[in-house]
Write a protein that binds this ligand. Structure first.
Ligand SMILES: [Zn+2]
Length: 376
């Protein structure tokens, strides 16, 4: 009988704790010069899946570094829609077998690279060019239908072999994307707290390790300490210690924190928000930022003042209107609640969340938003 292992999401349960991480995480100015040497450890042929909009700017240096390390590189610009066929479409364009997929760009190009790596069973190197989310460190990737609505979260057996974060490149990325990454990262501590305290399942379906829980805490503390300073240089091409610290929190700590520490209501709400008109076009991290305010309200807690100050600095949303979404109808809110409550992370709450409780929390968040804006 051929050797067959279970899919990763069926291997573990909450009787055990599991901690997962990328093989190597490398961050610094000019870090992409190491791409070739890292790729060479995986094999002689690799493919670069790169966001088509940055191909002209960045593919050349990856190609040069790979050539210098003796790695033959095929380049596949990714412009398309990230859907159920993405992995197969990219595979059909391969010139021959490759030992590694190098995935460069924002969340979607990285996820497209993961979809290809899953199909061909290759090694994986992620090369984020923006700090808009923590996809680069994690094993999971998201596929969409109709362009925006989440179809499926898929899971690689292992995290990327290498994550190479070049802070020179990230420092030139647009402020709006950094702001979204901040929203995504700020929620991680509160989601990991909920999962840890409830003994719920992480992204490995296992219990959270104490370490992952602490990493999520450190992520939050790092952002409180360095977030405002980092914001001052975002988009300027200058790398400061604050910027470097914020990037490490947003990509490495947030990634480890959610994967091995678990998620909760904020990320569950990202399944519901796209059901509102225009909701699917709101960046993931911006959705998470608003959803974190709902999370506090559902727990009958006020968001901490220091968190609200960061929301103001980063222009993060306190209401649906701040996200550019109008006032939803009762039917739309009910649909949002149903979709949210169907996500398994919702079990990582200290009590069973009912649809009406969630709708009431959202309504209160909308009512409180004007006062919150004034008081920070
Ligand atoms: Zn997220």
């Amino acid at each position: 009988m051929p050797l067959q292992h279970k899919p990763i999401m069926e291997m573990f349960d909450t009787r055990v704790t599991v901690f997962g991480a990328p093989g190597r995480y490398i961050q610094g100015q000019g870090a992409w010069r190491l791409v070739g040497d890292c790729a060479a450890t995986l094999g002689a042929r690799a493919v670069l899946v790169i966001d088509a909009t940055i191909r002209d700017m960045l593919a050349g240096q990856v190609e040069e570094n790979c050539a210098a390390a003796g790695v033959d590189l095929q380049i596949l610009p990714f412009a398309g829609h990230l859907g159920a066929n993405t992995g197969a479409d990219l595979q059909a364009q391969l010139d021959g077998p490759v030992a590694a997929v190098l995935a460069a760009g924002g969340g979607r190009a990285i996820d497209a690279g993961k979809a290809l790596a899953e199909r061909i069973g290759s090694g994986l190197i992620t090369l984020p060019t923006v700090a808009s989310n923590d996809a680069p460190t994690s094993k999971n990737f998201v596929l969409y239908e109709d362009g925006h609505r989440m179809l499926e979260v898929r899971h690689l057996m292992r995290n990327p072999d290498f994550v190479i974060v070049d802070t020179d490149i990230l420092s030139k990325a647009p402020k709006a994307l950094f702001s979204a990454g901040m929203g995504d990262a700020l929620a991680k501590k509160f989601e990991a707290d909920a999962c840890f305290n409830s003994g719920g399942g992480t992204m490995f379906m296992a219990r959270s390790t104490r370490l992952a829980h602490q990493i999520a805490n450190t992520c939050y503390e790092t952002l409180l300490k360095h977030g405002a300073g980092a914001w001052a240089v975002v988009g300027t091409g200058t790398v400061t210690d604050d910027f470097d610290a914020a990037v490490e929190a947003m990509i490495l700590m947030a990634g480890l924190g959610f994967e091995s520490g678990g998620l909760s209501l904020p990320h569950a709400l990202t399944r519901g928000i796209p059901l509102l008109p225009g909701g699917g076009s709101v960046l993931h991290g911006i959705q998470v930022a608003w959803a974190l305010i709902v999370h506090f309200e559902a727990l009958a807690l006020e968001p901490p003042p220091e968190l609200m100050r960061l929301y103001k600095i980063f222009g993060l949303p306190l209401s649906l209107q701040d996200m550019g979404l109008g006032a939803p109808s009762r039917a739309q809110l009910a649909a949002l609640a149903d979709a949210t409550l169907a996500v398994r992370h919702i079990k990582n709450m200290p009590f069973k969340l009912e649809a009406q409780t969630l709708v009431t929390a959202i309504t209160r968040v909308e009512e409180k938003a004007p006062n919150r804006r004034i008081s920070v």
